[in-house]
Write a protein that binds this ligand. Structure first.
Ligand code: UDP
Length: 325
């Protein structure tokens, strides 16, 4: 079976592509390389084109059985100050991709959604039945695609899985793929930059939240646990199903707990500074992952220590080089 991995030169998409390949799938990566890295697509057939380019999409879609869509802008803060960029790419571009998929006859689609579709949930852990009420443009753009998928499923028989990721983190155990955002805003790689002196300190965004140590709690899930869920998602689609599924571990960690795990795994001190809260950050986001566990027979297997250790290994060996590609 051939899979088109759209955004496969990015962080999560490249891990999905690698897991698919290891499981024997034929993989074609489609990426405009705006934020992706050529090096992460090494060893794969790569089509360099944009998701708004219907002609390039039509050409490649004729050769695949299913599509995984990872190509989106994903900075919450940026989406607040530059929402046009997010609606343009994530909604207009995403719909162009979806329509090309419909026109091609492909009927299996896996979508990278986000826990940001829930906004500020009344209760944690968050089940899939929690009302969707995003509080920033990023979450709104992801929800728009979820709505389109539901309508197209109903009207046209397009089968889909919308995976609502919690906090993706960590790197491939083989050390050849990992996280490399420019600029880096995510907690774990930002802490590594502080350790290496590439930033003066790690800013802790708020220590006055109503949590046990005052810092925000998130559900950090290893990127290869996410990637493995995508492969099982394909099998689920092949059985004729569609679903919206949380992907998380069900266990939350505070920013301070993450920092102390980083210090114990790396043996290095993370210089920190308390900063104001970041706009749009809820105090606690933790998944209830039971629906994905039941329907896909999947479980997030990797621990927080493995997340930090694989990310550290990757950052030590590769990130400086990747920043230039
Ligand atoms: N965070 C922080 N300092 C940073 C980056 C993140 O304190 O430099 C916090 C952030 O407020 C949130 C958690 O770490 O509570 C995870 O943030 P990240 O940006 O990694 O992922 P997000 O939750 O925004 O998807």
């Amino acid at each position: 079976m051939a899979i088109l991995v759209v955004g496969g030169a990015g962080y999560i998409g490249s891990h999905a592509a690698r897991v698919l390949k290891r499981r024997g799938y034929e993989v074609i990566i489609y990426d405009n390389l705006s934020t992706g890295h050529m090096a992460l697509a090494e060893g794969f057939e790569l089509v360099v084109a944009d998701i708004s380019d219907s002609a390039s999409l039509a050409k490649v879609l004729g050769r695949v059985d299913a599509v995984m869509h990872f190509a989106a802008h994903a900075y919450v803060g940026e989406s607040v100050v530059n929402p046009r960029k997010y609606f343009q790419n994530n909604v207009l571009g995403g719909l162009t991709l979806l329509h090309a998929v419909l026109d091609s006859g492909v009927r299996k689609f896996i979508f990278s959604s986000t826990c940001a579709v829930y906004g500020i949930p009344a209760r944690v852990p968050i089940t899939e039945d929690t009302p969707r009420s995003p509080v920033n443009p990023y979450g709104i753009t992801k929800l728009a695609l979820e709505h389109a998928l539901e309508a197209y499923n109903h009207a046209y028989g397009l089968r889909f899985v919308s995976f609502r990721y919690f906090n993706a983190a960590g790197a491939d155990e083989d050390g050849r793929a990992g996280e490399n955002h420019i600029p880096e805003t995510h907690l774990i790689p930002s802490a590594f930059e502080a350790i290496r002196g590439e930033r003066p300190s790690l800013e802790i965004y708020g220590d006055d939240y109503p949590t046990p140590d005052g810092t925000c709690i998130r559900d950090y899930i290893h990127v290869n646990d996410l990637a493995e869920a995508h492969v099982l998602g394909l099998e689920y689609l092949s059985q004729g199903n569609s679903a919206k599924l949380n992907l998380g571990t069900g266990r939350g960690y505070s920013v301070r707990e993450i920092i102390s795990t980083i210090e114990s795994v790396t043996g290095q001190r993370v210089p920190t500074r308390i900063s104001p809260r970041r706009e749009g950050d809820p105090a606690e986001l933790v998944a209830d992952p039971r629906r994905a566990e039941t329907l896909l027979r999947w479980r997030a297997k990797r621990s927080l220590e493995e997340i930090v250790a694989t990310a550290w290994n990757w950052a030590q060996q590769n990130s400086a080089a990747l920043k230039r590609t």
